[in-house]
Design a protein around this ligand. Structure first.
Ligand SMILES: [Zn+2]
Length: 543
């Protein structure tokens, strides 16, 4: 039976870890010298061996003949973990897909009990940064006074989102992203062992497409070999990687550049109708925007002549600032896509927003000072009873109606809504980032109203969790100097014009979302965000 390559080639001993020699050595030494910590934290990009290492570590700790660097692979504990990733005393949980507080707490509580059969009770928590505040608190409590047989192996792609109190109690191992050469080298070894006839150029193509993830690279090789019937050449690989129709993707961008909503949406539906995964389309779209941006920035295209010419024309069709905005909106959509049920909706919303960017030019010109009267500013101040319904506007600063009897804790010059976000940020960065995704934040009487666009259901839902709401109320009290009821609203703008919303939002949104995007560990996202920092400073100075 065909066993998928990523699974078959999952590292089983520390020496098998590709490109993580430092981690492998330190871990092996610690186990060999019987210096076993009560909690381990494995951090680094996706697809480089964190979960495999967590399972290896669990086997090393619980092997009948252990703790040992070389678990036997035959005892009940070893076999169960090898087969299922779990055992009677090893429990694995993916916090990204299992966010319910009861589950996390249950798992953390379970580990407090004595093991049923093996040496330790071990909890493996993947994507641990996704835990709720309560779950983190339960974890912290256990880590502060760990029962002698409890062990935690935590893994995360986003170290900065884990509370420092947790990080400081863990022995940390930093995994690194692999370069194309390392991935290609490994693919060649696997291809030889699997009798897959792959040309060096084909291997390189696959390695590049994997963007640092060994797991993705193996999965691509698997697909290529299956479809090619054993002989994998460059053309076959290009076929696999181009499951997305390139001309159609370019046509989508072209329609977006022309501000032609209907054509853009039509091109997009033809892309997804073919069965392409919307997340994959999104990724390719971002990849294309990124190339256009590089070309627009003055770099010569690395593409073949004909393609280079086509891309150059496409890059010229959009003003440079709009390319930057488009990429920013794309990255935003990419962050949301894994968290919603219907990623295609996110993709559609993105395309509609992008198609509005050409109209944004006029406002830009007006703001630059060259043109006469500035456009009307978004409404400022409480809009209770305006009758217009919720409007999507940029961040609106509102003077709270201060109660005379309560002295203001607010230093002069700081807008209370900014302060609210700062306070939140100091309490819990994830919550602050989610609030940053709101289209508007305003005070209406005794209420602090956070309005979310319909494409922002996920962060809104997360904020509705009781713990998050409590945090919001606390931060509001601190920032405004009086208790405010936090109200979360969602829905399209009153006039139903999504395009208008898109044209009004980007400036503030881009700035606010820098914080949440900044730490994306994806190398592509990172380099794009680096590009952005320069641009954003300029945008700010204009105001
Ligand atoms: Zn064993």
């Amino acid at each position: 039976m065909h066993l998928a390559l990523p699974r078959k080639w999952r590292p089983r001993v520390f020496e098998d870890l590709i490109g993580q020699e430092a981690v492998a050595r330190t871990l092996s030494n610690a186990i060999a010298e019987n210096r076993v910590a009560s909690a381990y934290l494995l951090t680094g990009p996706r697809g480089v061996g964190k979960t495999s290492t967590a399972r290896m570590l669990a086997r090393a700790l619980n092997c009948d003949r252990g703790p040992t660097v070389r678990p036997c692979g035959e005892c009940a504990s070893c076999r169960e973990i090898l087969e299922r990733g779990e055992s009677l005393d090893v429990h694995e949980m993916d916090a990204a897909s299992n966010r319910k507080i009861e589950n996390a707490r249950e798992l953390i509580e379970t580990v407090r009990y004595a093991p049923q059969r093996d040496r330790f009770r071990i909890a493996i928590i993947d994507e641990v940064h996704m835990l709720t505040t309560e779950a983190f608190n339960a974890l912290l409590k256990t880590l502060e006074e760990p029962p002698p047989y409890a062990r935690f192996i935590l893994a995360s792609t986003e170290l900065h989102k884990i509370p420092a109190t947790i990080v400081s109690r863990c022995q940390r191992f930093a995994f690194r992203a692999l370069n194309v050469k390392e991935i290609a080298g490994h693919l060649e070894r696997v291809a030889r062992a699997e009798k897959i006839d792959a040309t060096p150029r084909a291997v390189r193509l696959l390695a590049e497409a994997a963007e640092g993830s060994l797991r993705d690279a193996l999965s691509l090789l698997d697909q290529a070999a299956t479809l090619a019937g054993g002989a994998v050449d460059e053309a076959r690989c290009a076929e696999i990687l181009a499951l997305i129709d390139r001309p159609l993707l370019e046509a989508t961008i072209s329609a977006v550049a022309a501000g032609d909503r209907a054509a853009a949406v039509a091109a997009l539906s033809r892309l997804t109708e073919g069965g392409a995964d919307p997340r994959h389309v999104l990724k390719e779209l971002i990849g294309l925007l990124r190339r256009l941006l590089v070309i627009a920035a003055g770099a010569t295209s690395d593409a073949a002549d004909e393609e280079g010419e086509r891309l150059t024309n496409l890059a010229r069709a959009m003003p440079y600032e709009n390319l930057l905005r488009a990429l920013s909106l794309g990255l935003d959509a990419q962050i949301q896509a894994p968290r919603v049920e219907d990623p295609e909706l996110i993709l559609q919303m993105l395309i509609l927003k992008l198609a509005e960017l050409p109209r944004l030019r006029d406002i830009e010109d007006a703001l630059s000072g060259a043109a006469p009267p500035a456009p009307p500013r978004p409404p400022v101040g409480p809009t209770r009873g305006s009758g217009a319904g919720p409007r999507i506007v940029s961040l609106v600063s509102v003077e709270p109606e201060m109660d005379e009897s309560i002295p203001s804790p607010r230093p002069a010059g700081v807008d209370p809504i900014t302060r609210f976000q700062d306070v939140l940020d100091s309490k819990r960065r994830v919550t602050a980032a989610q609030v940053g995704l709101a289209e508007s934040i305003r005070v209406e009487g005794d209420e602090l109203v956070l309005h979310f666009g319909i494409d922002r259901a996920a962060p809104k839902e997360a904020l509705e969790e009781p713990a998050a709401k409590k945090l919001l109320a606390e931060a509001a009290r601190e920032a405004f100097g009086r208790p405010l009821r936090v109200v979360l609203k969602t829905g399209p703008p009153a006039d139903g014009d999504l395009g208008k919303a898109a044209s009004e939002v980007p400036r503030a949104t881009i700035a606010r979302e820098r914080a949440s995007s900044r730490a994306e560990s994806d190398p592509m996202v990172r380099s794009a965000m680096e590009l952005f920092r320069g641009e954003l400073t300029e945008v700010k100075e204009e105001e």
